[in-house]
Ligand binder design. Structure first.
Ligand SMILES: [Zn+2]
Length: 83
């Protein structure tokens, strides 16, 4: 993602996205431990939580793309694989 350093909305979006990514890695680790300790109840809960976090990250990514396109069109174009 091609965030602008001097834009509050970019800061907010990138911080939220990073937080969701950290949650994702933290839960992946917990899921591995639950799987290794043969705890299917905990594994199921974490799989459900992981899919919630995946949705949150996807929504944040879409918000970020929409914001970049609206507020920083040149930045959004520079980040596109087609340019
Ligand atoms: Zn911005």
């Amino acid at each position: 993602m091609n965030f602008a350093n001097n834009c509050d909305e970019c800061k907010r979006l990138s911080a939220s996205y990073e937080a969701a990514t950290m949650d994702w890695f933290r839960l992946q680790g917990q899921l591995r431990i639950a799987t290794l300790s043969n705890d299917p109840g905990a594994s199921d809960r974490m799989v459900a939580e992981l899919s919630g976090i995946a949705q949150r990250r996807e929504q944040l990514r879409q918000s970020a793309e929409a914001h970049l396109a609206a507020a920083h069109p040149r930045r959004a174009a520079a980040g596109s694989p087609l340019s």
